[in-house]
Write a protein that binds this ligand. Sequence first.
Ligand code: ARG
Length: 458
Amino acid sequence: MAQLWGGRFTKETDRLVYNFNASVSFDQKFYRQDIRGSKAHVAMLTRQGILTEEEGRLITEGLDGILRDVENGTLEITDEYEDIHSFVEAVLTDRIGDAGKKLHTGRSRNDQVALDMKLYVRDEIDELDILLKTLLTELLAVMKKGAVVYMPGFTHLQKAQPVTLGHHVGAYFEMFRRDRGRLADIRKRMNTCPLGAGALAGTTYPLDRAYTAELLDFDEPTRNSMDSVSDRDYVIELLSALSTIMMHLSRFCEEIIIWNSNEYRFVEIDDTYSTGSSIMPQKKNPDIAELVRGKTGRVYGALMQMLTTMKGIPLAYNKDMQEDKEMTFDAIDTTKGCIALFTGMISSMHFRNDVMEQSAKNGFTNATDAADYLVNHGVPFRDAHSIVGRLVLMCIDKNISLDELPLEEYRTVSPVFEEDIYEAISMKTCVERRNTTGAPGPKAMAEEIEACEKYLQI
Ligand code: ARG
């Protein structure tokens, strides 16, 4: 049991208490950030004359050595230490002697852990951004390929109006674009450095907080020392953003599962992204999509845990806050894994364009356009709606589509119909004429694709 605080105790900590209190099993995940923060702290202490140049050099080299040895596997982080901070300090002192004991001058584990968590979250946001950008690039490729692939657009999971595959996927492009924006907002808001806040009330040493902030790529130091050590808003914001990403992935997965079903057959998930059944030889299951959908609950759970953990904590640091790590780490890893897996699934997925087009034709998705045809010939929209409703009924009765209904039948309901009705309700016309900004028509879609391309180039 290696502790940093034995001085005022006369008895050993109970073993169970020690284990319950320790966090090294999970906070070792940010050993890199911890060492990076310590190096900046030492650089500042040296610059301020609080440590001598020699002490600064010894400590910095010692920290570099620890980082190197942990990375190459020669130094193991074990549960002999209470947390990652204790581990680094103990090994340092062991290796370089008394100078190591000066590392913690003007610092508390409270501002240290606040810094480490911020550095970690910030690094992970950058990785998430790269993953999302790769996903968006993949989606844009499908948008381009699917720009003139007709498919039914749904409301209530009932065929509504024809759209294109490109347009449908474009909706998800928007969702993940917003997700990137959310992460960027969080990154900007959280980018202040808590180091130097001490345990809660700053310190009497002449620290240069602006300098450490600069060394660690923060915009500025945090403003209030009590808030600095007890702010976990950015963790909650991150978990909320991750939950939204997962919600978007889950919705898309749900669609893919439906599209991949025997009934729809709009897509076929590649063999490399499917799994079989141990008993039913014919099965090829969309497990990856289902797992992504399922793991969404896990990420929501982390958000709820963190909100609940924080809600009753008086200022400033309290040990409850150690609970900010495990589920957050899990949520980050889960989301990163899901984005990567989902991207692979989409890029290897086969889209059955012919089935989608056939489905759009069979579902009366052109009924609105048939009504619009009448309106263009002077029929009031309400009447047109009712006339086409009757035509749809006739088609259902005969088990045919509006395209297949003979002109004579059209004319029994309204004499306004002419031969050009077929042209007016063809899939091509239905989609091509929808060119308002954001619509599936080719002009609007070309503009959208160009805008997306530009966005991804930034
Ligand atoms: N392991 C602790 C945490 O994660 C580090 C801070 C400890 N501070 C303290 N005052 N006990 O929050």
